[in-house]
Write a protein that binds this ligand. Structure first.
Ligand SMILES: C[S@@+](CC[C@H](N)C(=O)[O-])C[C@H]1O[C@@H](n2cnc3c(N)ncnc32)[C@H](O)[C@@H]1O
Length: 489
């Protein structure tokens, strides 16, 4: 049974912004597909876990319909209990093994499968790809994540060691197995302390990465029976055999060759227009270990020149904000979630990034960003704007979306997702309307909970203060939550 390991050790599923149909749809539209708008779409998730990815989408798009399929009864029960308690009537849950499930001619606009492909046997992998081919609407998009080689080979050493450790204690208790696996990894890593060999440094790096990781993730990634990383080209061969083709990576910035040396650039240039070969060789340079690949039906003529008519209808937003003085040498941008600072891009590109940031979480259409940048810095031409936004998008500074449902930074009524209010009350990660599960401070969680079904700022402030959050913390918290996209427009 494929679900046995997940019954012993359930997996907590959270929102992944790469699965957001407003992002997937925007990317696919730029490449020439006429994808359905997320507000009127059909979406399925294969291996949906406990539903944390689909539920906030079903709440955001009440006119769309959603289907979650998973082999683990416990996961489906948890997902169903949450969606029913939120009164969501547009989401169906099915407990089934994909191998025995038919999705034929179902006409889904979006099918996502995160954390499934590498962790199931070959027959399930094949079925997954077949379900995508048969289940997609003519302009539909599938998103499949998987572990890749060569990057995963280093992680594989940690997996081998942990499996030996777990096997030595035997038994079926996942926590005992994980503890034994981790103990073995620590002993082996400490044995290499003081040595300068690569083995020791890989293992120490792995242990550092494990800090703060959820035990269910560690168990299923490192001790699960199946974890079969593959080369990107091998994955694409399997997908092509089932009639699917490569559309894009969901994190578009990972398709860039920016920063690679001249020999690497030459090697890539020799590959010409062969996008699969190019992506495969890029993985070698980047030592890539994980991919989130978007696929579509092989019958589409995918355009790689990006459609201008689509471009102007999309929303561009950024979580980067100007951090220091305007002079070129000291200017930098800070990312709101991670706090990481990056040197400002040069010249006008920087001004356009700052202009996009001034619209806050909802972002804006290119024409509005152009008007804002022109007012701030003098005339910005349409051609300059388009070039800058594409550069920024490809570099990962801006995101694109088909819609903008989020409140502007100065919104007076604060209305969060009801799913987020539940998460805030329970503790743990909380989902924004950007479809990101974020770790909030205690104060920020109290504010989201205080917003209930939607309240004026002053009411939220007084409720949060009654819950022990000081006035200045409330104001800071509300403004950060607005910037992160926690409230509806
Ligand atoms: C690592 S979890 C990922 C869950 C969720 N997609 C996420 O990202 O949090 C893998 C999920 O796939 C489900 N699964 C594994 N094999 C399956 C199969 N053959 N058919 C349906 N679901 C399966 C498991 O029950 C589990 O919930």
């Amino acid at each position: 049974m494929h679900d046995a390991a997940y019954t012993r050790k359930p997996y907590k599923t959270y929102a992944r912004k790469e699965c957001d149909p407003s992002r997937l749809g925007a990317i696919a539209r730029l490449y020439g597909l006429e994808t359905a708008l997320p507000s009127a779409c059909r979406m399925a998730e294969l291996g949906c876990g406990s539903g944390g990815n689909l539920i906030p989408l079903a709440e955001r798009y009440p006119e769309s319909s959603f289907l979650g399929i998973d082999a683990a009864q416990g996961h489906i029960d948890e997902a169903r209990a949450m969606s029913e308690s939120l009164g969501l009537g547009n989401i169906e849950w099915v407990c089934a093994d994909l191998v025995h499930y038919a999705l034929d001619r179902a006409g889904f606009d979006y099918i996502v499968a995160h954390g499934l492909f590498s962790w199931v046997p070959q027959d399930v992998q094949r079925r997954l790809l077949q379900l995508c081919k048969r289940g997609l609407a003519p302009h539909g998009v599938a998103l499949i994540s998987y572990n890749t080689l060569p990057g995963w080979r280093q992680r594989g050493a940690a997996r081998d060691i942990m499996q030996v450790g777990a096997a030595l204690v035997g038994g079926l208790d996942p926590d005992e197995q994980l503890n034994a696996g981790l103990a073995m990894l620590r002993v082996v890593a400490s044995e290499r302390v003081g040595t300068s060999d690569l083995y020791g440094s890989y293992l120490r790096e792995m242990l550092a990465r494990f800090e703060g990781s959820e035990s269910s993730y560690l168990f299923h990634e490192f001790l699960e029976e199946h974890n079969n990383p593959c080369l990107f080209s091998a994955f694409m061969e399997r997908a092509q055999q089932e009639g699917l083709q490569f559309l894009s990576e969901a994190k578009v910035s990972l398709m860039s060759s920016e920063g690679l040396g001249s020999d690497a650039q030459k090697a890539l240039a020799q590959l010409g227009e062969d996008i699969v070969a190019r992506e495969q060789v890029l993985d070698l340079f980047r030592n890539r270990m994980f991919r989130e690949t978007m696929l579509c039906d092989e019958r589409h003529a995918v355009r790689r020149d990006l459609k201008a008519s689509v471009f102007k209808e999309l929303f561009f937003r950024t979580t980067f904000r100007r951090a220091r003085g305007d002079d070129e040498s000291s200017a930098c941008f800070r990312e709101l979630v991670s706090g990481r600072e990056l040197p400002a891009p040069t010249g006008m590109v920087s001004d356009i990034l700052a202009a996009a940031g001034s619209f806050g979480a909802p972002g804006a259409r290119p024409a509005d960003i152009q008007a804002h940048a022109s007012a701030a810095t003098g005339q910005v031409s349409h051609a300059d704007l388009v070039a800058a936004l594409i550069t920024l998008w490809r570099a990962g500074f801006v995101e694109i979306s088909c819609d903008n449902q989020m409140a502007a930074p100065d919104a007076q009524v604060l209305r969060p997702l009801q799913f987020s209010v539940r998460q805030a009350e329970q503790g743990g990660l909380v989902t924004s309307l950007r479809h990101e599960a974020l770790e909030l401070s205690h104060e920020e969680r109290e504010i989201v909970a205080a917003c209930s079904t939607g309240e004026e700022r002053a009411v939220v402030a007084s409720v949060a203060q009654k819950r022990g959050v000081s006035e200045d913390r409330v104001l800071d918290g509300i403004s950060r939550l607005c910037e992160l996209g926690f409230f509806w427009a």
